[in-house]
Design a protein around this ligand. Structure first.
Ligand code: NAD
Length: 352
């Protein structure tokens, strides 16, 4: 076994149908009396319901979260928190809402209670991102790690299949890259494999039978583990490509992950046979890259960059951007091979 460092940022996790009932108690447990509730405009009702449950401890609803945390939104939300004299942030929603909570916590160190309603995994990471001048900058800071996470699978029932499927692929991507991370460790490998198993078996059911709460619970369990992996070990080519390509061409976040993942895995296939063996085993198929492509097709997630808004003449530029800054990847980053990966992803080819 190779040497490793295990440094797990800890959150308190409450998991199960009906966990939202514990919200007021959990906010109180943190010693907070004035919690603001964050959401996207689409999920204002969820935020209002959370505020209702908080009763006297609710200090207002801020339902203005948008994807990738534009700096203007972060500033306005910070100002709202100051004005309301908030001592806690409840973030109910996906990575966009939790990201807004992190932007507030980064400045004020307010504790976050996260109530995730997608499978993206942001709630378990100390990673924040803020977009300024069209450029998303990310960083790590333990201040932004939610203190408490309430996973209530019932809240994902309203998540439409076309968001749920790609969101689950986003979670699987954290796990696959966690298996071959530069700082991989055996504990995260266990979590990653368990998460891939849970998501691979549950996502097709979530999409086929949207009211199946057991499948939603299983997927949310997988998402929790995936977020833990993302928060604990470094990522590689897949996340870099999604960040660069998604950011530059303003593509939908989870869809971009769903499309690129099989191709990023095929890129690394021969460099990390043990990680591939574990991923394939968890997916229940002989080849991880092909199994991920087939899973995306099965759950109706997009498989081609051309279908999610990537311009056809941008492959050279995308490959250049993705290869110009060196970063860790188990297989060396080469322009022509990355260009080919992107072309395959552009047309949605099944990995060979
Ligand atoms: P999202 O938060 O942008 O949500 C997508 C849409 O789905 C929104 O309109 C939202 O209101 C809606 N929605 C969410 N849950 C719903 C539900 N249960 N019912 C109905 N509608 C619902 O999507 P996401 O994929 O969770 O987050 C993407 C963002 O999170 C990206 O900016 C990404 O970079 C970030 N992210 C960050 C981390 C991290 O560790 N920092 C990890 C993963 C993702």
């Amino acid at each position: 076994m190779r040497n490793f460092i295990y440094d797990q940022p800890a959150s308190r996790v409450i998991f199960g149908v009906g966990s939202l009932d514990r919200l007021a108690g959990e906010v109180k447990r943190l010693g907070a009396r004035r919690a603001i509730v964050l959401a996207t405009p689409d999920q204002r009702k969820d935020a209002e319901e959370a505020a209702r449950r908080l009763g006297d401890a609710a200090a207002g609803v801020y339902a203005e979260a948008v994807m990738h945390v534009p700096i203007e939104t972060a500033r306005a939300a910070r100002e709202f928190a100051r004005r309301q004299e908030a001592d806690c942030c409840v973030a109910i929603g996906g990575g966009s809402t939790i990201g807004l909570g992190k932007a507030i916590a980064l400045e004020s160190a307010l504790p976050i209670v996260a109530v995730p309603t997608t499978f993206a995994g942001s709630e378990m990471t100390p990673i924040y991102g803020i977009t300024e001048g069209g450029l998303k900058k990310t960083g790590r800071d333990r201040k932004v790690l939610p203190k408490t996470v309430l996973y209530d699978p019932a809240l994902t029932l309203t998540l439409p299949s076309k968001i749920a499927g790609p969101s689950g692929m986003n979670a699987i991507a954290h796990c696959v890259e966690g298996l071959y991370a530069e700082d991989a460790n055996p504990i995260m490998t266990l979590l990653a494999a368990e998460s891939i198993r849970a998501l691979a078996r549950s996502l097709p059911v979530v999409v086929r039978e949207p009211a199946n709460l057991d499948a939603r619970s299983d997927a949310l369990y997988g998402a929790w583990l995936a977020g833990t992996v993302l928060g604990s070990v470094g990522m590689a080519i897949h996340h870099k490509l999604c960040h660069v390509v998604g950011g530059t061409f303003n593509l939908p976040h989870a869809d971009t992950h769903a499309v690129i993942l099989p191709h990023a895995v095929a890129y690394n296939r021969d460099a990390v046979p043990e990680a591939m063996r574990i991923a394939a085993g968890a997916l229940g198929a002989p080849d991880a890259a092909q199994a991920l492509y087939d899973l995306a097709v099965r759950i109706g997630a997009p498989v081609a960059l051309k279908d999610i808004g990537m311009p056809g003449d941008a492959l050279d530029r995308a490959a250049k951007l993705a290869t110009e800054n060196p970063y860790y990847n188990p297989r060396p980053i080469e322009y022509s091979a990355v260009r080919e990966l992107l072309e395959n992803a552009y047309y949605g080819k099944r990995p060979a």
